[in-house]
Design a protein around this ligand. Structure first.
Ligand code: IVH
Length: 669
């Protein structure tokens, strides 16, 4: 790469980080996971290491956190509020200790104060003569925001300390956090308890802070006049004596091995704690040694944070529910005690299917490892058998669908095995669970794309018995709806507008919207290209000429059998006929001379003023095609807001052209 390109890349990464800092620190609403945030930081560090000419005052290596918000008065910390460097495995710990021995120039026996790293917001409290004078947030580490009145609303923070041993001038530092149980009532507004705590603490009006129950656990000091304490563990005991809350899990260990053992156990038990903990902090216990070791630019040499996995966590299964999908598949879902995995509170994890439960012998009450990586939905990976109670019993997978029908396991002719998935046989709209999922599919983006009639609204209307079949959507009683809670004239007229708009639909989208198993978007397109009009499509079905579809390249026995099965059910046919009379289904006209012929596109990130579905059809109307992975066949990657970094990098490596939304629209004039 040329120097100018490297500088450009570096600047882009810094800007990206700056944007996320603003979202996190100023707006209290991060838009990426902690893991992705750390990844950007690491990328910046790597670039700086590799190319020493890269320097910026905005680099995370020269700044801490985020400048204080303009909403508060600022105050300089008497002693900087630094952060901790991270360790992720034993090697990192061994290196940490090695660095200490090197610095001291000898190997000595050390003692570590071990403390949970509470995932909250740090605060500093200055007490003079036992009176709380000022309370601040960390801010950028040098300057914090004065939030004394907000901090004073927290019961755990003493305003006056009368203990005769309490230092006359000291900054007490610790973590402000919200308990997991209190977060339960706030979870619709925040991704995790830390965001909720941050939001509450930085309210302009302390009365607002009071409304969200905050807690404070003390763990260190900043400025400390006439320090007469020798060890961190002694300081923690003194904090307790002076009236502060400290963690009940603080420990002292001597060897890396002991640290490792404790870390492993703590990581497995953390779901049971009252508050989120994202690692353990190890601090050299001797304050004299801490003094000698001192600090690097950002963090102390005498402490390290040993993080827990950001992809997985242990938790306990409190219930197992069965969900029924659009195709009748019964999916078992474990309800687990909420646990924070990489910044997201997870309380459900899929168990995939009946066979998976049997294979892993997953039972109610089990402690399990749950993984949540990238966009994959959280799933149970293993059971911690040591934690299983003697009286635990095997989970019996229900043989009936929640709708009451007997379920089946299909035999796969090709693999000569029974399917792992148990299904409620699709009896049209008779299974209520399947029916509601079918309606959700019918209105989805790639089907009829009815804006304003989201999944939640469908569920709501279903429960109110306003809809039972897709066609009911076109006969809604709007006057009645406008009287429901949360609905007003404007939202009802928006709903009516988008429903009316959706009546005009192309044949391929219509076939897809029916929700026939094995007929996804691509197959629906093939069927539409072949039949050309809804009349032809219905005629073939009516005359049971399913085998004609075998002429279509891409349609095979599986799809034909699925179509047959679907239309064997008379009510299914009637619904489709009825819909075809209510909708304006346009014949499929293939445009082979559009501007984008022979060009392939892919999207990453959010487009402005346009859904992905709309963008896709715009490309297809102009003879282009949309693909779903970055490979050599891809010609253009279109980047919206918050694109996936990996995709952009892959595209760059393959020399694929990258376009902004504007540049892409310019291609179309
Ligand atoms: S010591 C210079 N102890 O972790 C020492 N920090 O990345 C800095 N934290 O900003 C703090 N529990 O918000 C310390 N027992 C603990 C902690 C702890 C949580 C947080 C704190 C700090 C961050 C460091």
């Amino acid at each position: 790469m040329r120097e100018s390109d490297i500088k450009k890349l570096y600047k882009n990464k810094l800007n990206e980080l700056k944007k996320h800092n603003k979202n996190y620190f100023d707006k209290n609403s991060p838009t990426i996971s902690d893991k992705d945030y750390d990844k950007i930081k690491l990328e910046i560090f790597d670039l700086e290491k590799k190319y020493t000419f890269l320097k910026s005052p905005y680099s995370p290596s020269s700044s801490l956190g985020y400048p204080p918000s303009k909403n508060f008065v600022k105050s300089n910390h008497r002693v900087k509020m630094l952060s901790l460097s991270n360790a992720f495995n034993k090697d990192d710990l061994v290196n940490f200790e090695k660095r200490i021995f090197n610095f001291l120039n000898k190997k000595i026996e050390v003692e570590y104060s071990v403390e949970p790293k509470i995932d909250g917001i740090s605060a500093s409290l200055t007490y003079k003569n036992g009176i709380l004078i000022i309370g601040t947030s960390r801010g950028d580490g040098t300057t914090g925001e004065v939030i004394t009145e907000n901090l004073k609303t927290i019961d755990d923070i003493p305003h006056i300390i009368k203990d005769k041993d309490f230092p006359r001038d000291i900054d007490i530092r610790g973590e402000v956090f919200i308990k997991k149980s209190d977060f339960e009532n706030l979870k619709s507004n925040f991704a995790n308890p830390r965001n909720a705590a941050s939001g509450s603490l930085r309210q302009k009006n302390p009365e607002q802070t009071k409304k969200i129950p905050l807690n404070f656990i003390a763990y260190t000091f900043g400025f400390f006049k006439n320090k007469n304490i020798n060890k961190q563990s002694e300081f923690l005991n003194s904090l307790k004596k002076w009236g502060f809350k400290t963690s009940e899990h603080n420990k002292v260990f001597k060897t890396i091995n002991d640290l490792e053992i404790f870390h492993k156990k703590f990581e497995k038990d953390r779901f049971d704690l009252e508050y989120d903990v994202d690692g353990l902090v190890y601090k050299i216990n001797s304050l004299e040694l801490q003094n000698r070791l001192g600090f690097t630019a950002n963090s102390p040499r005498w402490a390290i944070a040993h993080k827990f996995s950001a992809d997985s966590a242990y938790s306990k299964i409190t219930d197992i529910n069965i969900q029924v999908g659009r195709t009748g598949a019964l999916t078992p879902v474990a309800r687990i005690k909420p646990v924070n995995i990489g910044g997201v509170v997870v309380s459900n994890a899929t168990l995939h299917n009946e066979d998976e439960i049997i294979r892993k012998d997953i039972r109610l009450g089990d402690t399990v490892k749950v993984e949540r990586a990238g966009d994959v939905i959280p799933h149970v990976v293993l059971v911690d058998l040591k934690k299983r109670k003697k009286e635990s019993k095997k989970f019996v997978f229900p043989k009936k669908c929640p709708c009451g029908f007997d379920t089946i396991k299909e035999f796969n002719k090709f693999t000569k095995k029974y399917d792992a998935v148990r299904r409620c046989p699709d009896r049209g709209f008779e299974c209520e669970k399947i029916a509601v999922e079918k309606i959700k599919h019918f209105i989805s983006k790639e089907a009829l794309n009815i804006d304003g009639l989201g999944k939640k609204v469908v569920e709501n209307f279903w429960n109110l018995k306003l809809i039972r079949y897709p066609q009911d959507i076109f006969n809604l009683d709007y006057a009645k709806i406008s009287k429901f809670d949360g609905w007003g004239d404007l939202s009802v007229s928006n709903l009516k507008y988008s429903i009316d708009q959706s009546k005009k639909v192309s044949l391929d989208r219509f076939i897809y919207s029916i929700g026939i198993r094995h007929i996804g978007i691509e197959n629906a397109k093939l069927l539409a290209e072949y039949t050309k009009s809804i009349t032809n499509f219905l005629n073939l079905i009516k005359n049971k000429k399913f085998n004609e579809f075998l002429n279509i390249d891409g349609i095979g026995e599986t799809q034909i059998n699925s179509l047959k099965k679907f239309f064997e059910n008379k009510s299914n046919y009637k619904i489709i006929e009825k819909l075809s009379s209510m909708l304006n289904i346009s014949d499929l006209k293939l445009n082979k001379d559009g501007k984008l012929l022979n060009n392939t596109f892919m999207f990453t990130g959010k487009l402005s003023n346009m859904s992905r579905a709309e963008a896709k059809s715009l490309i297809e109307e102009n003879s282009g095609s949309v693909v779903s992975s970055v490979n050599k066949k891809l010609k253009y990657l279109i980047i919206g807001e918050k694109p996936t970094t990996r995709k952009v990098e892959q595209a760059k490596e393959l020399g694929i052209k990258i376009l902004s939304q504007k540049e892409w629209l310019n291609l179309l004039d």
